[in-house]
Design a protein. Structure first.
Lengths: 266, 279, 259
């Protein structure tokens, strides 16, 4: 299911022009990271994907649905959106009930719900915690519950808003595994992130926004190599990319394997 | 005699089953900049609260052992006296806005009003603190209108302006971009040079290695490792225990196995990595 | 997004420069005169000869008239109609609406009451437009109001709009999980728990952290507090307050004496 964005402009009621002419196509099954400084328009753009915000002008379509014609509750069957702060969505007395909330809203059969919840819980490594009250879990595990509650909706498109903020290395590893599994299942994953190393290691395509416009859009390696352009939106290239540059390597490297190969062959 | 002296500290919150801090022993010298790292749930924030007096004075719970700062014992002090000497800024900047003030300038002056600093001196101290942390241009904005990173700078400034002798910071840069992070580490380093003792919980190991004097690795309420930044941050023990390490470290470790890294020490910072990998 | 809950308009005017306590006294005087002075046209006179000139003097005429047109006059008009129809006084019926009678006495009665309300709300509006909440609280704290009390007032004023923003985020998060908040009333009622649960939990965490944050900044320190802003209280203000006080006493005295 493709996402098509045509001439998207968005102005907040306060008069703030957050998006100024965005044109993008995101194909089914792509893994896309959206980067850029605070206020560049990342969250504003992402909230157009499930109709939480509607274009001031231009259009956003999810498959054959134009977002202006559908409610967010309806679009939720195509686009799952994991909010940054799990505490702004968790309310159930146990993890299983919490994770079933989304699929229930989408009207799946009981068998289907059980199956989806089971899969989401095992993907997020929550199996041993299904009967726990989410608020008795640590913030790191609450984050995983929030992830599971969206994954269980089985939408073809999933959006993560700053998934790694405040997470330790263990949890970042878990989140990376979830994203890898979703990729394997052929889902479209779109992630807003500040964590540029995470972005380099888990996504094929990077879109850099600056001041409400697309600054760069392309293969991860090509975008993250553009050090000077990225500086316009206060993004530092990944650590290994900077190291590669400092060592004078010919090609841009973003991952450990690329780096090691490059220094081995000079 | 160390400026900060923690002896056999064990602490349990009223509602937790297990102690969150277990037999912590720690000494910090005056003017030292110590950084604390550790996975979620290691007890980092609790250690901060203990140094700042909120454990046990605010949270209650069961405590044993002693916390001594600048020759005074926490157990023999009241919280309102203790906070004059030990400043605390923590992670969530939004909840640190007092709510009592309408501008950033007033917000930063709030603490000085509470401790009765005369008006002229107050204005001077607020202005100095704001220029130190680079937020002078935010003076007339509402604290609520700021971005997370800006609010974190306001929270830090609000504590710096009180001039504590021990500064306790719990992930003060979590919502900042690379430039903001670099500046905050710079400011904290400068305060340490001027004699302020600093204890800072952080994830950003590259910056810790560049700026801190010593690193403490905390895990399950205990000190796992302690020492010079490069020593601690490149230790194999960290990886086994799920700590975040710098990409320079993990890549060089792999390179070492393949014979591509010849030095003894692994790198944490870009400079160290460039030195080691340079042909 | 709302930044704060305050009507204050920052200007430099005679009214803005008055001490907050003087303005409070002025507001009370206007209200008490409107309600107690034993002359039928007093509220009307105050509205025309005091409230409007004061709004000009305070350089907030435009903002004041906007509030008056949007809020005060419609509310007073409604009150007038209710009282004119339902007040069972007088026999001189001048207008009938089904079984409801409007008499000349009830119209006069309703007109005065409506004008009293106009004066009361207008006086408060002017007060809020020209007085910064933190100035008022600093001044009252200096005069002996407990610091905790003014903290609660000001922080509530500020935190309410923040709660609203937070509630909006929670609604967005749950709608993204397919919660239908836009259709029937019954469905909306059912969606309250997913909305209120996170709001309450979040507020508990917030309250605890905020308590720590202000404590860390010496909030309960036993030192005598100082204040960043100097709030002037010149002799003119003091005399003005005495004059207003005398007017209030005179009005109440007259009222009692004539009744």
């Amino acid at each position: 299911m493709n996402i098509n964005i045509k001439d998207l402009y968005f102005t907040y009621p306060t008069g703030l022009e957050a998006l100024k002419g965005i044109n993008l196509t995101i194909e089914s099954g792509e893994q896309v990271a959206i980067v850029g400084q605070n206020g560049a328009g990342k969250t504003t753009l992402a909230r157009h994907f499930n109709g939480l915000l509607k274009p001031t002008s231009g259009s956003v379509s999810i498959g054959d649905w134009e977002t202006t014609k559908y409610s967010t509750a309806k679009l939720a069957s195509r686009v799952g959106y994991v909010f940054q702060n799990p505490d702004e969505q968790l309310f159930s007395r146990d993890v299983r009930t919490e994770v079933s909330f989304g699929p229930k809203n989408l009207g799946y059969s009981k068998e289907k719900i059980d199956e989806l919840v089971k899969r989401a819980l095992s993907l997020t490594e929550l199996n041993g915690k299904t009967e726990t009250n989410p608020y008795d879990l640590s913030p790191a595990w609450r984050k995983m519950v929030a992830l599971a509650s969206i994954i269980a909706m089985d939408t073809p498109i999933i959006i993560f808003d700053e998934p790694t903020t405040g997470q330790d290395a263990l949890n970042v590893g878990r989140i990376a595994r979830v994203i890898a599994e979703l990729r394997h299942e052929g889902k479209t994953v779109i992630t807003i992130t500040h964590d540029i190393d995470f972005c380099a290691e888990n996504f094929d395509r990077v879109i850099a926004l600056a001041k409400g416009q697309v600054l760069l859009d392309g293969m991860t390696k090509d975008v993250l190599g553009e050090e000077e352009t990225l500086a316009q939106t206060y993004v530092d290239p990944p650590q290994l990319t900077r190291l590669g540059k400092a060592l004078g390597l010919k090609d841009t490297v973003t991952t450990q394997e690329e780096f090691l190969k490059a220094i081995m062959w000079g | 005699m160390a400026f900060v002296n923690i002896q056999n500290l064990t602490y349990k919150y009223p509602l937790t089953k297990e102690p969150v801090l277990k037999n912590i022993n720690l000494q910090v010298q005056e003017g030292e900049f110590v950084s604390v790292i550790g996975p979620n749930g290691a007890g980092k924030s609790t250690l901060c609260y203990a140094l700042a007096g909120f454990v046990p004075h605010f949270f209650k719970g069961e405590i044993s052992g002693e916390i001594e700062v600048d020759g005074k014992l926490s157990s023999k002090s009241t919280l309102d006296e203790w906070v004059l000497n030990v400043g605390l800024a923590f992670q969530n900047p939004f909840n640190q806005i007092s709510g009592a003030k309408y501008t950033v300038f007033e917000e930063i002056a709030f603490g000085l009003e509470n401790i009765g600093v005369p008006r002229d001196e107050m204005k001077k101290r607020v202005e100095d603190a704001m220029s130190l942390t680079g937020i002078s241009e935010l003076a007339d904005r509402s604290p609520y209108s700021l971005s997370g990173g800006q609010q974190q700078r306001v929270a830090l400034t609000s504590i710096l302006v009180m001039r504590p002798s021990l500064l306790v910071l719990d992930e003060p840069t979590s919502q900042m971009d690379p430039i903001g992070t670099r500046e905050v580490f710079g400011v904290v380093r400068k305060m340490a040079e001027e004699g302020m003792t600093v204890m800072m919980v952080e994830h950003k190991v590259e910056w810790i290695a560049n700026f801190a004097d010593r690193v403490i690795a905390l895990k399950d309420g205990q000190i796992l490792l302690e020492g010079k930044p490069n020593e601690v941050l490149t230790s194999d023990v960290l990886v086994e225990h799920g700590f975040g390490v710098s990409r320079y470290t993990s890549t060089a470790r792999e390179a070492k196995q393949r014979g591509l890294w010849k030095k003894n020490n692994l790198p944490v910072t870009l400079d160290e990595a460039v030195q080691g990998f340079k042909p | 997004m709302h930044e704060r809950l305050s009507f204050h308009i920052k200007r430099d005017s005679f009214l803005h420069r008055l001490n907050p306590l003087t303005k409070l006294a002025l507001t009370l005087a206007l209200i008490l005169l409107a309600f107690t002075f034993p002359w039928y046209w007093m509220p009307h006179l105050l509205a025309l000869a005091a409230i409007i000139p004061l709004s000009l003097l305070g350089k907030v005429f435009r903002e004041f008239m906007l509030t008056a047109l949007r809020l005060i006059i419609p509310a007073a008009g409604f009150l007038f109609l209710m009282q004119a129809f339902f007040q069972p006084v007088g026999a001189d019926v001048i207008f009938q609406f089904y079984f409801l009678d409007m008499t000349s006495e009830s119209v006069l009665f309703a007109f005065r009451n409506a004008m009293r309300i106009v004066v009361m709300v207008s006086a408060f509006t002017l007060f809020l437009l020209t007085t910064h909440p933190s100035e008022l609280m600093s001044d009252l704290t200096r005069r002996g109001l407990p610091g905790q009390f003014s903290y609660v007032i000001i922080s509530t004023l500020q935190i309410l709009p923040q709660m609203q923003t937070k509630a909006q985020t929670i609604i967005s998060a749950q709608r993204s999980r397919g919660l239908d908040t836009e259709s029937s009333f019954l469905k909306r009622a059912g969606s309250l728990i997913p909305l209120i649960g996170p709001l309450v939990f979040g507020s508990l965490v917030e309250v605890e952290e905020r308590a720590i944050a202000i404590e860390a900044r010496g909030f309960t320190s036993k030192h005598a507090k100082t204040s960043l802003h100097e709030i002037p209280d010149p002799a003119f203000d003091k005399s003005l307050r005495w004059v207003l006080f005398a007017l209030i006493i005179a009005s109440i005295g007259l009222n009692i004496w004539l009744s």
